[in-house]
Design a protein around this ligand. Structure first.
Ligand code: ADP
Ligand code: MG
Length: 484
């Protein structure tokens, strides 16, 4: 990014204040807020490409939902990976504990609520392809909707600035109800659970959060919207929950001082540290808090993410689904046509073996691949020449925790963009975007007003940066306009 101020500071300040006022911010360690970095004008995408993704993403969600309820398949297909990755090893043990019995009556009572964000990049040559599935703690739908609203604010309030930085004057904004539809889906699931118990009072939504979370405003925006839709919301860490939960009649989940819980939504639990409680002095690390998660699943409560959903959205499962022929998706209820649509957006992935390493070092074009492990939340991908180095450090027993993925090269924006971070503007000449589409399914059925679709999140970054997390990396929040 080149510092090259060109927009009046008054406009930048106005925009940053809009962001703070609308909760588009991160909490800092001193409890003040810092606005989330954003782009002044949206990215454009061809309407046809976007519509293809809107058609495919619900099918992906249906596939993942059905895979996540195929417990034998999860156990058999992921067991090698679980031996190579200790965290997933622990998840597989929990899954076995929950679903290992042949007696269906002993299956956990949780009702799967799948809230997914499927991330795509629109590759110049191969078209739009999936980067990854996010099935646990798939946040930022509220920020996604706010970014669309922000660009609309810019268009109305500062039309000259907005139009100057817009790529194509004929483009029209893509509607985005990420916040309202995600809340709609959750509220819907909450009311269904409430109805199962014939209770009349307000449904309760429990968000499980990390202890020192700084991405709190995105979470609060969702809570505020749920409150508007008639839901009571509460927040707890795993540690708090470890001594506040109990069972009521008919496998009702009860929370101390609150009462019955209808929905559990995990914004924690995708990394070891979320289960680590040094004060408990455990002989087996992370035992107590992972059992807390399992305990919740043993109740009649809408649950996101179930342990199964987390397994089904792992990078290894993405690789397995990518490698299998489309016809095999019939096992999970997809027609061949639906399966081929899903396949059309999956990018090549390869397992790590000694042959694959040999091939990579001698024949592969290193710039065409990304090496990744099972980690979530940024910082786990290896690019270009660093891949050989990383591969040489792996022990054979670690191979199954990793995979090679075809590297995607999205279109760079034709016109430069202004990125705003900490109230400072910078000119970015090579901006590329990652498109995340949200979907919500409850008990296998779409649960939004848009057939399961629930809006989008656009994160943009300079092409020269490898990872584009807004929260962790060099990413900026963005929105979409469509061109015909
Ligand atoms: P995480 O679970 O950490 O979010 P991702 O698979 O989303 O893992 O990778 C993190 C980032 O790395 C992505 O947001 C993207 O910027 C970049 N990345 C990952 N896979 C690819 C790929 N195949 N091609 C290009 N960039 C990629
Ligand atoms: Mg990601």
């Amino acid at each position: 990014m080149n510092p090259m101020p060109s927009i009046p500071q008054q406009v930048i300040e106005d925009a940053c204040e809009w962001a703070i006022m609308h909760g588009v911010a991160f909490r800092q360690s001193d409890n003040t807020a810092r606005h989330c970095p954003f782009s002044l004008a949206p990215m454009s995408i061809e309407r046809e490409v976007f519509e293809h993704l809107l058609k495919v993403t619900p099918l992906i969600t249906k596939l993942i939902n059905n895979v996540s309820e195929d417990h034998d398949f999860l156990q058999s297909s992921l067991s090698d990976m679980a031996k190579a990755d200790p965290f997933f090893g622990r998840l597989m043990e929990l899954h076995q504990q929950a679903h290992g019995s042949a007696d269906d009556c002993l299956n956990p009572a949780r009702q799967p609520l799948l809230l997914m964000r499927t991330d795509f990049m629109d590759d110049r040559q191969h078209g739009a392809k999936v980067i990854e599935f996010n099935g646990i703690a798939a946040g930022m739908a509220p920020f996604g909707q706010r970014a669309t609203e922000f660009h609309s604010f810019m268009q109305n309030q500062w039309p000259n600035v907005y139009n100057h930085w817009l790529e194509d004057p004929s483009a029209t904004p893509a509607e985005n109800q990420g916040l309202t539809q995600l809340a709609y889906g959750i509220a819907n699931a909450a009311r269904q659970v409430k109805a199962d118990f014939n209770e009349q009072d307000k449904p309760v939504f429990l968000m499980v959060v990390q202890k020192n979370e700084d991405n709190v405003y995105d979470q609060h925006l969702l809570e505020v919207e749920l409150q508007k839709q008639g839901i009571r919301t509460v927040r707890r860490t795993f540690e708090q929950l470890s001594c506040q939960l109990s069972s009521g009649d008919n496998q009702r989940l009860l929370l101390k001082d609150v009462g019955a819980v209808d929905v559990v939504y995990l914004r924690a639990g995708y990394q070891y540290s979320d289960y680590w409680a040094p004060e408990l002095n455990e002989s087996v690390c992370c035992h107590t808090l992972s059992q807390t998660r399992l305990f919740m699943e043993q109740h009649h409560v809408a649950m996101n993410a179930t342990i199964s959903q987390q397994l089904a959205t792992s990078k290894t499962m993405q690789m397995l689904l990518t490698m299998m022929p489309a016809s095999e998706y019939a096992r999970w209820g997809l027609t061949l046509e639906e399966a081929e649509l899903v396949k059309s957006v999956l990018a090549d992935m390869k397992p790590i073996t000694s042959e694959a390493i040999e091939w990579f070092n001698t024949q592969a074009d290193k710039q065409e691949w990304v090496l990744k492990n099972q980690g979530e939340g940024g910082g786990h991908c290896v690019f270009g020449d660093d891949i050989s180095e990383q591969l040489s450090q792996l022990k054979p027993e670690e191979y199954n925790a990793w995979a090679l993925m075809q590297r995607l090269y999205p279109h760079e924006r034709d016109v430069p963009t202004i990125a705003v971070r900490d109230t400072q503007q910078t000119l970015v000449t090579d901006l590329v975007s990652e498109v995340g589409l949200f979907t919500a399914y409850f008990k296998g059925k779409p649960v939004t007003e848009l057939d399961g679709y629930a809006g989008y999140l656009i994160r943009s970054k300079p092409a020269s940066e490898n990872e584009g997390g807004i929260h962790s990396g060099k990413g900026i929040l963005d929105s979409l306009v469509l061109i015909d």
